[in-house]
Design a protein around this ligand. Structure first.
Ligand SMILES: Nc1ncnc2c1ncn2[C@@H]1O[C@H](COP(=O)(O)OP(=O)(O)OP(=O)(O)O)[C@@H](O)[C@H]1O
Ligand SMILES: [Mg+2]
Length: 381
């Protein structure tokens, strides 16, 4: 795309147009640093929406009145540059109502910035575990809308775009919500383009522990079913309101699958559901959704459904499988969930995650911890 993105092998162009699934026009262009600096009030702390592995995200308003979210790369190194290039490259290829498209980018000598549309309801994470959690805006209907919409975005990536794309970082902070709580899957910096005819690849592990499929976390084996696993964890999170990994007294970590599995086996569906819903839900849909989640988080990748099947099951248009009485959900090696004090020095203390044995793993971030540290109230429209 941009002239400096030579690793993408693209000719420089100044703007483009994405026609997204709903027929609306989504055009992007190159922004100047000055423009983004002005729009975000000099990247002021007051405008900061959050912070991730890539850098900080700022709310802004362009001179023509468009509300934007500007992601500013924090460090200029080859890894960060590659993430930036992948994100822009992938975003340029995808057009779907449930994927957060590109509004533009800015490449300076020592700056890399990506511009998106501002999503007034921020991320799913902020509603489940962050600053909006106490407001309980997510009723059952909204939760189902978020689950189905995110699944449709993933279906598009896996089955409709060529080459197929594996997202590799599906998680609650990467599902953004528009003013109508329509979900938009974001953050393609870790995405992998899959050449035709390739069923899986072995790569360095990237992503967020708790959402990572075991075969990927332990052996770096990546395929579409890794996203299916992460989506299953996201579904469990949406249903239960619990975090993918919880720290128990004494530092022991418990995964959401470990917590939910016995309850599913005993058919205690009402004990699984988020108490904040106060029982206001569609029971038939609840059972079906729990079942879909259980299918997605199975240990063996081949047993997991495709995203096409997931969407059909969630919408109730697929022959409904019987609710599982036994699930064999994925498990990490014990070392991965080791208590903090026994952790390897390679992982920063504040990350809150265990080690990956001898595997090469980039620094992991604990989205919940980071979120808790960032108490800034986001801008509302
Ligand atoms: N387009 C947007 N509109 C509104 N808020 C956004 C937007 N993009 C990001 N944010 C906010 O900024 C926060 C940080 O996003 P970012 O993607 O940098 O980090 P993350 O998702 O928490 O972690 P990671 O770097 O692992 O993806 C998000 O949780 C979200 O609340
Ligand atoms: Mg993100």
């Amino acid at each position: 795309m941009g002239s400096s993105l030579s690793c993408c092998g693209k000719k420089p162009v100044d703007e483009g147009t994405n026609i997204i699934a709903g027929g609306s026009n989504h055009s992007w262009r190159i922004f100047t640093y000055k423009e983004l600096h002005t729009a975000t009030n000099g990247f002021s702390e007051d405008n900061k929406l959050g912070e991730g592995g890539f850098g900080s995200v700022y709310w802004g308003k362009t001179s023509d009145g468009l509300q934007i979210a500007v992601k500013k790369l924090k460090a200029m190194n080859s890894k960060a540059e590659m993430e930036f290039a992948v994100e822009v490259e992938v975003l340029g290829r995808v057009r779907h109502n449930n994927l957060l498209g590109l509004r533009g980018y800015c490449v300076g000598t020592d700056q890399r910035l990506i511009v998106y549309d501002y999503m007034p309801n921020l991320s799913l994470l902020s509603h489940l575990h962050g600053q909006f959690a106490s407001e309980v805006q997510l009723d059952w209907k909204k939760r189902m809308k978020i689950a189905i919409g995110s699944a449709e975005g993933l279906l598009y990536l896996h089955h409709e775009v060529t080459p197929h794309i594996i997202h590799r970082d599906i998680k609650a902070s990467n599902v953004l919500l528009d003013s109508d709580f329509e979900p938009l899957v974001a953050d393609f910096g870790f995405a992998k383009l899959i050449p035709e005819g390739v069923s899986h690849m072995t790569t360095r592990v990237k992503g967020t522990l708790g959402y990572l499929a075991p075969e990927y976390a332990m052996w770096g084996k990546v395929s579409e079913s890794c996203d299916v696993y992460s989506f299953g964890i996201l579904l469990l999170e949406i249903i239960t309101g619990r975090k993918p990994i919880e720290k128990l007294p004494g530092g022991v970590k418990r995964t959401i699958t470990e917590w939910v599995e016995p309850l599913i086996i005993q058919g205690k569906f009402k004990d699984i559901v988020d108490p904040k819903l106060r029982g206001n839900l569609d029971e038939r849909q609840l059972k079906q959704t729990i079942n879909v989640a259980a299918l997605c988080v199975q240990n063996e990748p081949d047993k997991r459904p495709t995203m096409k099947e997931v969407v059909s099951m969630l919408k109730g248009t697929y022959p409904r499988p019987k609710v599982n009485t036994r699930i064999e959900s994925g498990k990490y090696k014990d070392e991965i969930l080791a208590p903090d004090q026994e952790r390897d020095n390679g992982v920063p203390e504040e990350s809150g995650y265990g080690v990956f044995g001898a595997m090469e793993v980039p620094t992991m971030h604990d989205p919940f911890k980071r979120f808790a540290d960032n108490r800034r109230v986001a801008k509302q429209v």
